[in-house]
Design a protein. Sequence first.
Length: 319
Amino acid sequence: MGRYDKPIIIVHGGAGAWRTKGSEIIKEAARILKDSVIEGFSALQTGSAIEAVTIAVKILEDSGIFNAGIGSALNMLGEVEMDAGIMDGKTLRAAGVGAVKRVRNPIVLARKVLELTDHVLLVGDGAEIFAHSLNLPVREGVPPRIVQKYHELLRSIHSGKNPTKWRNLHRIMKMLNLYDTVGAIAIDSSGNVAASASTGGIWFKMPGRIGDSSIVGAGFYADNKAGAASASGIGEIIMLMMVCKRVIDFIYQGLSVVEATKRVVENITKVKGIDNVGVIALDIYGNASVAFNTEGMARAVMAKNLKEPRIAFFNEAIP
């Protein structure tokens, strides 16, 4: 992705089969990614990296386009269960929330867990009770296109095209490339880094399943001594391989951010095959990289030395 001047923010809208979504969806996704980095960068100019990644992801959650927040995928019962996480590289404090149903912005709730509790992970009813105590905004239903997609997948399963065994879900999701998790990483003018991630999870997941976006080191990680990373793909694989922590560890050990992201994705591809992961990363010197083994990964960057956001979806380099 290149080298940029601080402050810097990079957001992603998920790894997956972006070409099959059509030009109109890509155009709308690009518009939202642009809004996300502009608002996140504005926060960077007056505040912290942690504030920037919160605001940027909140915009992506509210868009309804990505598999997060309003646009979240549905589980086997047709219910929303969302995960999100955030990490402050200065303090090495992190927090995640999982399987939340009624919160409008899981990333905002995750940040509240970070700032107001000593916990690292809060899930289910406990997370909902905490959100209610803070009077956080509540979701208002499920968008029609999400309901339509759920019924399309349900018909596909009942037709016998996709067996209903739980262990086949990863194969089905790889085939359909339905990921679109969102995330953001940033470095502020003081050199502090932060990372975040948010998702509705895998379509037709078992109720109660938790994905990588709420797990520190898996879907997100930040450390002022190295950099920040945020991932997208099949959560179980990302958790088992601890994708973001591994990227940051490689950077800390002396690899360039490009080498670090490439090595992690190549290792996963060797072990788990293709179409399952993507990651964006930023080191403390302003060097940025993206690597993925899917058809594409939506991302955008804004920095001090850029006049406007730069956006890409496929293997082309962001100019």
